[in-house]
Design a protein around this ligand. Sequence first.
Ligand code: ATP
Length: 290
Amino acid sequence: MSGGRAVPGAPAAGTPAAAVAAPALHVSGLTVRYREVLALEDVALTLAPGTVTGLIGANGSGKSTLFRSVMGMTRGTGVTWTGDVRVYGRDADAARKDGLVGYVPQSEDVDWAFPVDVRDVVTMGRYGGMGPTRRVRAQDRRAVADALDRVGLADLAHRQIGRLSGGQRKRVFVARAIAQGARLLLLDEPFAGVDKVSEAQITAVLRGLAASGCAVLVSTHDLTSLPDLVDDAILLQRRVILTGPPDVVLRPENLARTFGIDPLAASRGEDGAGAARTPHGSATTEGATR
Ligand SMILES: Nc1ncnc2c1ncn2[C@@H]1O[C@H](COP(=O)(O)OP(=O)(O)OP(=O)(O)O)[C@@H](O)[C@H]1O
């Protein structure tokens, strides 16, 4: 972590020049099995720095498993994991250790009643660079203030985290990743349970991060807003079905390949259950093969 003002997207101190030119994320041959459940099969994808990529798939299609694999969280009893994950050309474990990867999981394992405020949580993003004493330095304070500014939470810095709305809570964890100096951000359903205003704020923050050179991978079921958010989208159904610009990926025939239904038929009410919003109508997000 470099000193001075945090600049998301700037290479971390000591990052080799060759790594700067490398893809932000390169996954190849990733197969993950939870005992008898094959969650991901031979997944390959590449994210360029400075882009936002949407990860689209029905429930159970493997989105969270993909995020967890990049975070090294799919190793353990009953989990079989093969494949290669590189972050800016480096082994993912080493890149995470250096704080290059920020992760906003679907639901944080957080005790919302705990007496910590917004600034305390965002400061946790700086722990990696603080050493064992966790003494907060001037540069940490500046990075935290900058991150809070970016997500529009500066005014709530001293609010206890349990007294935040759902959208504000999401933004706190985005700010924590920004304060960390992450150059690859993984967000698992950041818009779930979030109103349109918060969604627009989070979208603006993510676009801003991409503009400053970060790569962002975001899963969402809100397909209507996808074109405003992403440069590219990946359709996942245990395997990567399709990657491309959102207008191509969101074509009804392509969505039907992943969601297992004709979304236009769904919009006509022939299958309305669990409908997700798309620019073309409604598509159910249920019905994936598990
Ligand atoms: N810890 C686990 N043990 C066993 N099976 C699991 C585990 N976690 C996920 N799975 C299974 O792996 C598959 C992929 O799950 P995953 O959570 O990655 O999907 P997802 O696309 O994130 O779904 P959602 O949109 O519902 O969040 C599913 O069939 C799921 O039931």
